[in-house]
Write a protein that binds this ligand. Sequence first.
Ligand code: AMP
Ligand code: ZN
Length: 117
Amino acid sequence: MDCIFCKIIEGTIPSSKVYESEHVLAFKDIQPAAPVHILIIPKKHIPTMNEVADEDDAVIAELFSAARHIAREQGVAEAGYRLINNVNSDGGQVVYHLHLHLLGGSKLGPLLADKLS
Ligand code: AMP
Ligand code: ZN
């Protein structure tokens, strides 16, 4: 499958891994948008949030438990951080393998860079 995140899971593309559990992998974003910018992905190839099935409930729960663990480990849990899941074109999704962005380490500012007028 021609998916960059699946290749990271397979190990054929390198990554800076920060966390791994049975169904989840997390690694540093190659173009960080904040001092802490980690991508948290399921090992199962799910293209977007729209394709998450009922049978994936445990995987989704594991994504969020990974986020809690990583936030503590990266030292941003108390100061705060943001989790983002971009979906499809309007959401700005570029890589079509479900992922959470964990961003922190500084004040992140308003939710959207360009608000609708
Ligand atoms: P999204 O726009 O939500 O699909 O975000 C995709 C993210 O993947 C972007 O923030 C990219 O910087 C990041 N990314 C793309 N390729 C890699 C890679 N090989 N290693 C780490 N992060 C990557
Ligand atoms: Zn994939």
